[in-house]
Design a protein around this ligand. Structure first.
Ligand SMILES: *Cc1c(COP(=O)(O)O)cnc(C)c1O
Length: 446
């Protein structure tokens, strides 16, 4: 997890950074002995964590930041820039703009767009839906029943009507149900999830866009989780068609703090048409002085934001450009491959039953049993026993009405079934599926 090269590098970089400030020496009073005491307590407290950084952690959406991001972030913290206004972030605001341009280009947007980083996906979606509400006042926001739970909450905050669209048996938004909703004429925006948080399913974006020829609505793509899969060239041909259509959306959200190797506090919202900037207009009497250039705070709902997040993302994008075939693309391909490998292990052992072929890198499955209640109970036991053996999976409650046909013989004595869920987000996971499966089976047989 930790190595001396990293601390050596931070030291070197900080010395280099300091050379830019040839100022008279001043000493802030610091009690180093006391700090050391406190920090050793912190180190002990922090041991109470699952090993999120290790490939045997294959549960929730947690991926360690890359050292380049971690070091860049640490370095930036000594300056502690605030990317709200240029005065407080002379270096890091331009870095944020460059990073956002690179993310936009990954989705095929070359110019005319407007975007910025946010504290995370929820804030980014809030902005996208706020703009949706400004441009289509009072009209409904719809999202699939497996979309992120925050869409319903966000629309409540914004005072916009919200409706859930049913999913099909692969966890994707169901198109006839969407068209029914559109026929009412009340829908202003369709949220299309590219990689749902629960199952990694990809809504059929290309088909949603086709409906625009008959109905008028905005399309917001929530790719907080799945956005970087647009680079992967090994997705199923169907999934690939929908990722290839992302550039036709009106807005996109992606979380660099999920698949993009960033520490937490890094989401991003991008609008296809920079015109939406007009909605943000505000008059702050104390912020914007040093430059007539655009301050990021003028196109953002949040005020103070960590400039360090932009610095870390910018640095990461230098090492891992968002090109097809590049290291980041290959990393995403490895994640999908890991998902398929685990899926194949599950289907070749009839003591287990999968939900469906993973579209991205999230695998949902369970121990077989006669009824949903029994399956839920067995999943919970296996989850717990695996954790005792240093293998960390997650649990997921899947709605019974969405279960695919190969679950038909199982008695439906419950509205939900608790399954095991694995997010194989680490590039190394593909090399660890054998070990993950071997441990699972050993634990199961005990
Ligand atoms: C994670 C996620 C969100 C919420 O993002 P945060 O960064 O956790 O605030 C929204 N939508 C989807 C699809 C997500 O996976």
């Amino acid at each position: 997890m930790f190595n001396d090269q990293e601390t050596e590098l931070i030291k070197k970089c900080l010395a280099r950074l300091e050379k830019g400030f040839p100022l008279p020496e001043f000493k802030a009073e610091v009690n180093w002995t006391e700090i050391e005491k406190i920090l050793s307590v912190v180190a002990e407290k922090m041991q109470d964590n699952f090993p999120y950084f290790h490939p045997l952690y294959a549960g929730q959406m947690l991926k360690p930041p890359h050292p380049v991001a971690r070091i860049a972030y640490a370095m930036a913290m000594y300056i502690n820039p605030n990317n709200h206004a240029l005065d407080g972030s002379r270096a890091s605001s331009p870095m944020e703009r460059e990073a956002v341009v690179l993310l936009a280009e990954m989705f095929g947007w070359r110019d005319g767009h407007l975007g910025h980083l946010t504290g995370g996906g929820t804030m980014a979606n809030l902005e996208a839906l706020w703009v949706a509400g400004q441009s289509h006042p009072g009209r409904k926001i719809v999202a699939s029943e497996l979309s992120h739970y925050t869409h319903e909450r966000i629309t409540a905050v914004l005072g916009l009507p919200f409706e859930k669209i049913p999913c099909d048996h692969s966890g994707r938004m169901e198109m006839t149900a969407l068209e029914e909703a559109l026929k009412s004429g009340e829908v202003g925006t369709v949220v299309v999830t590219m990689g749902t948080t629960g199952t990694g399913s990809v809504d059929p974006l290309a088909e949603v866009l086709e409906l625009k020829s008959n109905y008028s609505f905005r399309v917001h793509v929530d790719a907080a989780y799945g956005g970087y899969f647009v680079l992967a060239e090994n997705l199923s041909s169907e999934t690939a068609i929908h990722f290839a259509a992302v550039h036709n959306a009106d807005s996109i959200v992606i979380d660099p703090h999920k698949h993009g190797l960033q520490p937490y506090g890094c989401g991003c919202v991008i609008f296809k048409d920079a015109e939406v900037g007009k909605f943000y207009k505000h008059d702050s009497p104390y912020t914007y002085f040093t430059s007539a250039e655009l301050h990021l705070g003028e196109i953002s709902l949040e005020c103070s934001r960590a400039g360090a997040a932009a610095v870390a993302l910018w640095a990461t994008l230098q090492q891992f450009p968002l090109d097809k075939g590049g290291a980041m693309a290959q990393g995403m391909e490895r994640c999908h491959e890991a998902g398929l490998l685990l899926y194949n292990k599950i289907i070749s052992d009839d003591r287990f039953i999968p939900l469906f072929v993973p579209e991205t890198d999230i695998v949902i499955w369970a121990p077989r049993a006669g009824s949903l209640k029994e399956i839920s109970a067995k999943s919970k036991v296996l989850f717990h026993d695996c954790a005792q053996n240093d293998l960390h999976l997650a649990l997921f409650n899947y709605p019974a009405h969405l279960l695919p046909d190969h679950w038909a013989a199982i008695r439906r004595d419950s509205e939900y079934v608790t399954c095991l869920r694995s997010c194989l987000m680490k590039w190394e996971h593909v090399d660890w599926v054998e070990e993950i499966w071997a441990r699972t089976v050993t634990v199961f047989e005990k």
